[in-house]
Ligand binder design. Structure first.
Ligand SMILES: *Cc1c(COP(=O)(O)O)cnc(C)c1O
Length: 451
């Protein structure tokens, strides 16, 4: 066989028995990072086995239906309308709020940016090069939206508290600005941008303000209700015109469920895509995809009903109790928490050791922790899945810290070496090239040699 042959995977001539395949899948699954024991921090949101089994059943009932055309499946229309309404009520939307469900936070953000762009085209034709101003801490989904929809993205620096620098935002506003953006909270340090002040600015200039509450949208309202000091961040704040909130994060719905919400349906109208003269019939679609998985919609509805306010309040408190416990333990090991995170997401660093090398050591021990940069830190996002696993996390963290402190060589290996190198590269486009190559490799076709 030549090397091309080795890399080719072709459709098997005959099918494999389904039972054997299920066993194979389970085997592969069990070799991956063990999210069930709290060993992942931002990728999996698990509110307990009982809920997961329920959610799987809810999803399965709607497995074959399609959210593309709710007139064929009226129950999906009901679910989506009710989910959006529940979210609007939780997030200060009031009677005029409108929105749609989407496949995830990124799609919610994409739709919001497209909406503002199209509104500007319709109502401010003198704007030929629309711009949005975002904090540098904003989620990459906004860069993606800027790239896809040809809206210029301008990045405002953060203050010492990691919240966006308002004076800088003020100076960046110009006649092409169509939108300001803030996060509640932002991902890297878990702090909430000054939404009330941003709202004032947006209002003064007659432009939109989108609050990205993808990660916070289904926990902050409950933390607020439970008495935690959460600043105002939602549609009830004057000047806020839209929000994104992910059901598949702290809403604990199945993946593929998020919400984009607008102050009113006049704004939402610019989100829709209509093609009345298509030979296939009149076509009207709310968002990016055609086919939409009905299971994600029905699952989100069922999840909201199953937990209710009481259930979410309990989850929110569990998240915060876990967060406090893990933060106290992390500090006690000589690390420092970055800034003053407002919920269960935070970064931590150390003056005494290379935290990238610590992350590598943790990975060897089965914990997958995200690495962050500018400033250097590691990132944790805490959920109920971490209950009961914090002590073993801290034990492994201690072991890793001791090892890294006494072993400077560990910074020259693994991911630590890559991050260390990246921090020193003068030209960011060189790093981009490395990442393009990495993507080629990660998405190489053919047999994956490592499994
Ligand atoms: C997760 C996240 C997003 C994007 O959501 P996806 O569901 O991953 O596409 C956007 N903003 C913030 C703050 C997030 O945490």
């Amino acid at each position: 066989m030549n090397s091309t042959d080795q890399n080719q995977v072709t459709l098997p001539k005959e099918g494999t028995p389904r039972e054997a395949l299920l066993q194979q899948l389970q085997g592969f699954h069990d070799q991956d990072t063990n999210w069930h024991e709290g060993r992942t921090f931002s990728l999996v949101y698990h509110a307990g086995d009982e809920h997961t089994e329920f959610l799987k059943k809810a999803y399965a009932i709607y497995f074959h239906q399609n959210g593309l055309n709710p007139s064929v499946f009226p129950s999906l229309q009901k679910f989506e309308a009710e989910v959006v309404s529940i979210a609007a009520n939780l997030l200060g939307g009031g009677a005029n709020a409108a929105g749609t469900m989407t496949s995830g936070g990124t799609e919610s953000v994409l739709m919001a940016i497209k909406t503002y762009r199209d509104r500007a085209r319709a109502t401010n034709p003198e704007i030929t090069a629309p711009e949005m101003i975002v904090p540098i801490s904003i989620h990459p989904a906004f860069d993606k939206a800027a790239h896809y929809f040809d809206v210029k993205i301008r990045k405002a620096p953060l203050g010492k508290d990691f919240r966006v620098d308002l004076e800088a935002v003020k100076k960046m506003i110009n006649p092409n600005t169509i939108l300001l953006v803030g996060s509640a909270p932002q991902y890297p340090q878990g702090v909430i941008d000054p939404i009330t002040a941003l709202g004032q600015l947006a209002k003064q200039h007659g432009i939109g303000l989108h609050v990205d509450a993808c990660v916070g949208g289904f926990i902050l309202p409950f933390l607020k209700k439970a008495g935690y000091a959460i600043p105002n961040f939602d549609l009830s704040v004057e000047g806020v015109t839209s929000m994104s909130a992910d059901l598949h994060k702290y809403g604990f719905a199945a993946k593929g469920a998020s919400i984009v919400l607008y102050k009113d349906k006049e704004l939402r109208r610019h989100q829709f895509f209509i093609l009345s003269e298509w030979p296939g019939g009149c076509f009207a679609s709310p968002s990016m995809p055609g086919t939409r998985p009905a299971g994600a919609i029905a699952g989100a509805w069922a999840t909201l009903q199953a937990f209710g306010e009481d259930g979410y309040l309990k989850i929110a408190k569990t998240c915060m109790d876990n967060t406090k416990k893990i933060q106290d333990g992390i500090r006690a090991l000589g690390f420092k928490i970055i800034g003053q995170p407002e919920m269960s997401i935070f970064g931590f660093d150390s003056d005494e050791m290379d935290v990238y090398a610590v992350a590598d050591q943790m990975q060897l021990r089965g914990w997958y922790i995200d690495r962050q940069q500018k400033p250097t830190c590691l990132h944790l996002m805490i959920t109920p899945a971490h209950t009961g696993h914090i002590d073993s996390f801290l034990k492994d963290l201690k072991e890793s810290a001791v090892l890294v402190k006494s072993n400077p060589n560990l910074s020259t290996e693994g991911m630590a070496a890559m991050y260390g190198m990246m921090a020193k590269v003068p030209d960011p486009s060189m790093v981009d090239q490395v990442l393009y190559n990495y993507m080629d490799e990660r998405y190489a076709t053919g047999a994956a040699s490592k499994l």
